[in-house]
Write a protein that binds this ligand. Structure first.
Ligand code: SF4
Length: 578
């Protein structure tokens, strides 16, 4: 029943092989999602132990609007990132939020490490820790297929799993959620691998009664209409986020060939419109979303000699096309599909993998690494070389690949080329070279993601935000996103869920919050994240920003390091009270 005055937190201890539900009455101020996950993570993490230590917890959390309002589909995950060595935060959609809701679980905290590979099944009746020996070593796709067959459960089901990259602790391995969504960034896959946890299947069929159904339905319909009859979410269903590829290239903001350039001569062949024209096959939606932004292309490829062909359904979006496309100089959709398919099978984060490959290519061209080390030649637009590197990386073939598996920053620290190792604080960059806002936003954002504060969009305003206004804008936006993320709203719907709408939606299910309460929540989560990051040893002052950002023309021309450093100082000044 909504409006219960406690939150149900399921804690699973893999060391002791036991689990239990706690009904917490002290966490309501965090609402849910990232607020709840951060509060539970702060309670459970061990500051003086390494991020990859299996004692470190992983927290998954739902929000109060999850699965009962349109486009409220995300589950927040918080963990220690093996990639950056500090706060890990990631979100995924598809069916997990609904399954958790109907299993009667607001948050799941997983601690410890199983003695041998296991997977979890979670329902409203029981939690089971099961042997995963038959799944270990399998791809994300195969693992999902077997679990769907062997774990039918009751009601709605969601299956999250890792691939071989997570098992082998590649620091940027992802977690696949119901095939087409992921906890992609910052290495949650390796965290699960380090716990010997191959998968988690959640299913639930609880009732979910709503007190004042009439009022709830009124607000629901209002939001639904805004989603489907106005233009605010059009772009996501239409061409999808890959509609950005062409304009970014034209405005000199599309990272290309390891950001040696910011426009791509083949953008016309790999932009969203071209994918739609040549290979779009269907669109999917996370459960509870009427938009359907997940674009699936049909890739036809030869799998053997003698005219043997197979069709493969592969999802694409802007970040994938940037990281495994323009960033690697890939000139055709077919090559990009092959790379996406390979990272999907292994369970790697596509952005980090693409950016790492970009560094490998330039390091090879500059003679920092050679064929003996790589086992192959690599070149921009050369698919075979990249497939070899991805395979060798996951296998951990030699010392070079084991270092590359720790991220672009680690590889450059060992083999050279820091100035073109395109990471910010250890996280590989997103697909926008728009200006200072994009760089500072990722550098200073809690998880070093373009989604922390959308710095790239400040650069694209006319006139672009600059100086103090830019810094204040980034901080304000990050706090506002903390609120949306505590409610698990898909950020693509951020213009639908303005503060007034959020207040109404909460009120309709009996949760009374004012705009001021929400502002305070965003502030508190911001503070909590800064505090946890500090305890994990992060200091913005220590981060080295690669020179390449200041060499390659951006949307705003050549950027200047001194100007940028002034912005960093300003950011530090404005956040030093945290
Ligand atoms: S807009 Fe896309 S990512 Fe967001 S909830 Fe809908 S289908 Fe999922």
């Amino acid at each position: 029943m909504l409006n219960e005055n406690f939150m149900r937190v399921l804690t699973i201890d893999l060391d002791k092989q036991e689990s239990g539900i706690t009904e917490r009455t002290d966490l309501h101020n965090y609402l849910g999602g990232i607020g709840l996950a951060m509060a539970l993570f702060a309670e459970n993490f061990v500051p003086d132990r390494a991020p990859g230590d299996s004692c470190q917890p992983v927290v998954f959390a739902n929000g109060p609007l999850s699965a009962i309002f349109p486009v409220v589909t995300k589950v927040a995950a918080v963990f220690s990132s093996p990639l950056t060595g500090e706060l890990g935060e990631s979100y995924a959609g598809m069916r997990l939020a609904l399954a958790m809701r109907l299993a009667g679980v607001d948050a799941v905290v997983i601690k410890g490490r199983a003695a041998k590979p296991v997977y979890l099944t979670i329902s409203d009746q029981q939690v089971l820790i099961k042997d995963a020996a038959h799944l270990w070593g399998l791809s994300c796709e195969e693992t999902g297929r077997i679990l769907r067959e062997t774990e039918p459960g009751r009601g709605h089901r969601s299956c999250i799993r890792i691939g071989p990259a997570g098992e082998r602790l590649v620091a940027y391995s992802s977690v696949n959620v119901d095939t087409y969504r992921h906890f992609g960034r910052l290495g949650l896959g390796a965290v699960m691998g380090g716990k010997n946890l191959k998968a988690m299947v959640v299913y639930g069929d609880r009732d979910y009664p709503i007190g004042n159904y009439k009022e709830y339905d009124r607000v629901y319909q209002e939001i639904y209409r805004k989603v489907v009859t106005t233009e605010v979410m059009d772009k996501y269903h239409g061409v999808g986020t890959s509609v950005n590829v062409m304009p970014l290239s034209e405005m000199k903001a599309l990272p290309t060939r390891n950001l040696q350039s910011s426009s791509f001569e083949h953008a016309g062949s790999i932009c969203g419109e071209a994918f739609a024209r040549d290979s779009l096959y269907r669109k999917l939606a996370c459960t509870g979303c009427p938009v359907g932004c997940i674009h699936i292309g049909l890739h036809r490829r030869a799998f053997d000699e003698g005219y043997e062909y197979e069709p493969v359904a592969i999802s694409y979006d802007h970040e994938l096309i940037f990281a495994l496309g323009s960033f690697l100089g890939m000139s055709s959709q077919g090559k990009i599909y092959e790379l996406i398919d390979r990272v999907e099978r292994y369970g790697l984060d596509a952005i980090s993998t693409g950016v790492a490959l970009g560094w490998v290519t330039e390091a090879f061209n500059k003679g920092l690494v050679d064929v003996n080390l790589l086992g192959t030649e690599v070149a921009f637009d050369n698919l075979e070389g990249y497939l070899h590197v991805i395979d060798a990386l996951v296998q951990g073939e030699n010392e070079f690949y084991r270092t590359l598996a720790r991220g672009t920053r680690a590889a450059a620290a060992r083999y050279g080329g820091r100035d073109f190792a395109m990471n910010l604080a250890g996280n590989e960059i997103a697909g926008y070279h728009t200006g200072y806002g994009a760089i500072l936003g990722q550098l200073a954002g809690a998880r070093h993601s373009h989604l922390d504060n959308a710095g790239y969009s400040f650069d694209q305003q006319s006139p672009p935000l600059a100086g103090e206004e830019l810094v204040e804008g980034l901080i304000k936006e990050e706090k506002a996103r903390n609120v949306l993320n505590s409610l698990c709203i898909c950020l693509f719907a951020r213009k639908v869920y303005d503060v007034e709408t959020v207040v109404k939606a909460l009120c309709s299910i009996g949760i009374s919050k004012t705009a001021e309460d929400l502002e305070e929540l965003g502030e508190n989560i911001f503070r909590l994240k800064m505090d946890v990051k500090k305890k994990m040893g992060f200091d913005l002052k220590d981060v080295k920003v690669p020179e390449r950002f200041f060499e390659t023309l951006s949307l705003h021309g050549q950027l200047n390091r001194e100007e940028f450093e002034k912005l960093v100082s300003l950011y530090l000044e404005k956040t030093n009270r945290y």
